[in-house]
Structures are given as C-alpha cells and as structure tokens.
Design a protein around this ligand. Structure first.
Ligand SMILES: NC(=O)c1ccc[n+]([C@@H]2O[C@H](COP(=O)([O-])OP(=O)(O)OC[C@H]3O[C@@H](n4cnc5c(N)ncnc54)[C@H](OP(=O)(O)O)[C@@H]3O)[C@@H](O)[C@H]2O)c1
Length: 366
C-alpha cells in the first residue's frame, strides 16, 4: 500500500507526544466544555491536535449528539494531506445519542440513537455541487469530538440491534458498498462480485453480497485474511501477491464467464486486470485509489453491455435503505480493533499500516 504523505509516523508520534504531555489535552473537562480533535498544520501536512471548546448549543433545526464511537476510512488519511481541511474536526463517520434538540426539530428526540450521514446535506436524489461540498471531516466538521452539532437532516436513526461502535462504521464504507452494489449495480441473487483487498469497503461489499444471495470473490495480500473472508461467505479467494495475474484466477473461479460486479477500490494497479475479469453486461463501480487513482478508462477493454459508475458514497436515502436491509439480515459490521479517544493518532497509524480487516473504531466513554 502506498504510504500516505500526510500521515507520516513522525507526525503521528508528534501528535501522540502532544497528547501524552497534556499540552493540548486536558485530563478532565468541565460541564461546559468538550474535547475535540482539530486538523492543524504539522511538520508534513495536517496533524491531529486535541482542543477544548465550549459545549455546542443547537440552533433551530439542529441536533446535539453525544458521540459514542467513530470509525476511520482510508479517506481520513488522505485528508491529512489536504491543506483545505485545516481547522476542521476530522473523521466523517460517527454514531451517538441525541442529548438536545433545537427549535423546530421534528425527526429526533432526546435519547434517540443516531449516526451522521457522510454528506451533512445530501438527503437523496441527484447530487449537487453544494451537497458534495458537505462531506464531513473534510469539507465540513467531522465526528472526532465528544459532542457534535448536526442539522436534523444530516442524521439517520441507527438499527436497534447494533452497538454504537458497529453503527459508527456505516456512513462511508458501508453506504459506498451499498450504493455500488444495489443503487447503481442492481445486484441480484446469484450474481458474482469481485472485491479487492479486505479493507472497510470491500468487507462490507462481501457481507452485503452474501446477504443478498450473491457470490463474492475477494483478493488479499494475506492468506489468513482470505481465510477470514471465507468464513464471512466468500466463495472464491485469491492472494494477489502470490498470483500477480490474479484476474486469471478470478476468471477460472467463474468458469471463464467473469464477474458481474467489481468494487474497484485500488485504482491504478487493478483497473485493467479487473476489466479483464468482468463479465458481459457487468458493472464496475469506480470507488478508490489505494494504489493511486486510475487515470484512464480503457474503453476497448470494456465487455459488451458493461457499465461503469463513479461512486461518491451515497445519500441519506441510500443509508436508510441499507439500514433496513442490515436489520432484515441482522448483519453485523466487522470491527478489527477499537482505540480510545486519546489514542486517535495510533488508530490512524494502524490504518496506514494496512494490517486491519474490515473497520477500525475509536470509542468514546459514556
Ligand atoms: N468514492 C467513494 O465514495 C469512496 C468511499 C469509500 C472509500 N473510497 C476509497 O476506496 C479505497 C478503499 O477505502 P477503505 O476505507 O475501504 O480502505 P482500507 O480499509 O484502508 O483498505 C485497505 C486494504 O486495501 C487492500 N489494498 C491496498 N492496496 C491494494 C492493492 N494494491 N491491491 C489490492 N488490495 C489492496 C489491502 O487489503 P489486504 O490487506 O487484504 O491486501 C488493505 O489492507 C480508498 O482509496 C478510499 O479513499 C472511496
């Protein structure tokens, strides 16, 4: 995996030191203040610093959420390299409980269990440039704080059977996989699905595909991760290190027909190979650039009838449809490791290491 410039280990050590010497992290917080992380300039891009700020008060239409857990996405590493996110509270994904509501709020009451939508302001329908600019933890403030304010339209109720830690994993990776497979991909039982690597998006893609009666094939650099993927329902597995021409193995696993869906999260290193493994009438969801974004789409390699969509997470409608599906199938997100709020920089370093399978969570105390 490419190293992410903005999340260098030196920078993370610096942030850990800052926390451990208490320069910016008060040990206790009075009733009127909260702690939040803020992205501030470091030696190499942005770094995470803890700041104490006044407890927010909800204005008309707003909801105050006590955050109970957040989860990391690979994007949170990229954001560290984007000067435009300076001053923002990081991390798009979080869940918690409503502790106050502003005037006119009708969707939520105090005590409700909620998660933030990835876009603070994309409820459904067509994307707008304005909505795309409201990606939490980058374009607007994110969730790595003891409390956050959100307009009521930027929250969803979380399924009763999920813990806060599980619900915190959903807004970006799970909604992206949902949108790619169902909203755009029209996944049907019996379809084959190719998932690249065992990170957050891919493992949600695997779980959603299995629950829908589809047949997922997954790649990984690790045989032990592939074994775990099998236990989650993968019908085919390929180690992309052992088999650099892994697309040939994927074709063999599908009796030469190719896969009906690809969740393309790696980019430069995988797109051409994934297209070689795509079936006629297949669908490719362009999602990520773990090896760098693919710069070109080789049209001559697209099988007849195939389609390509460019995914940017999904709307609140997608999130709510997915939550109904999760509850119907009692799906539980795969959490690799949980870190404490104080250890957020270590959670970032762990994500950068690529050792995880599924999701990395940061839990906040009650
Ligand atoms: N467009 C969107 O809406 C959207 C939404 C979500 C995410 N994304 C993007 O999608 C990508 C994945 O995000 P994520 O949060 O799921 O990442 P993640 O959890 O950090 O996934 C990392 C895993 O990907 C696998 N991987 C890395 N390099 C690979 C390579 N060259 N070939 C095959 N697999 C490789 C590795 O799996 P193994 O250890 O098993 O080898 C690695 O552990 C990122 O680029 C992210 O920005 C885009």
């Amino acid at each position: 995996m490419n190293s992410v410039k903005g999340a260098s280990s030196i920078q993370i050590i610096a942030a850990v030191l800052l926390l451990s010497i208490g320069a910016a992290a008060p040990a206790t917080v009075s009733a009127q203040t909260i702690r939040q992380y803020v992205l501030e300039p470091g030696s190499d891009g942005l770094q995470l610093n803890v700041r104490e700020v006044d407890q927010p008060v909800p204005a008309e239409g707003e909801v105050l959420v006590r955050v109970r857990a957040v989860s990391l996405n690979h994007r949170d590493l990229y954001v560290l390299a984007r000067p435009g996110s300076r001053g923002r509270v990081p991390i798009s994904d979080g869940a918690g409980e409503v502790i106050a509501v502003g005037q006119g709020v009708s969707r939520f009451d105090v005590g409700d269990r909620v998660a933030g939508t990835f876009f603070a302001d994309w409820t459904g329908g067509q994307r707008t440039a304005e909505a795309m600019a409201t990606a939490r933890g980058g374009g607007v403030d994110g969730m790595l704080a003891e409390m956050v304010l959100s307009h009521e339209n930027g929250l969803v109720e979380i399924p009763d059977y999920l813990t806060f830690e599980e619900a915190a994993t959903l807004p970006c990776a799970a909604v992206t996989a949902w949108r790619a497979l169902f909203t755009d991909g029209g996944l049907e039982a019996g379809d084959t699905v190719l998932l690249e690597g065992t990170g957050g998006v891919s493992i949600f893609g695997l779980q959603l595909a299995v629950a829908a009666g589809a047949r997922p094939v997954i790649t990984s650099s690790s045989d032990s991760k592939l074994e775990r993927a099998r236990s989650l329902g993968a019908v085919g597995t390929v180690n992309y290190r052992t088999y650099p021409e892994w697309q040939t193995e994927v074709l063999a696993l599908t009796d030469g027909a190719g896969v009906d869906h690809v969740l393309e999260v790696v980019g430069q290193e995988t797109l051409n190979r994934a297209l070689e493994a795509l079936a006629l009438d297949g669908h490719v969801a362009i999602i990520g650039g773990l090896s760098g974004r693919a710069g070109e789409l080789p049209l001559e390699s697209l099988p007849n009838g195939s389609s390509v969509t460019n995914i940017f997470v999904g709307s609140r409608d997608d999130f709510e449809s997915m939550n109904a599906f999760l509850a119907e199938h009692q799906l539980r997100p795969v959490i690799d490791r949980v870190f404490a709020f104080e250890d957020a920089p270590a959670a970032y370093a762990y994500m950068e290491s690529g050792a995880h399978l599924g999701k990395i969570v940061i839990a906040l105390e009650d």
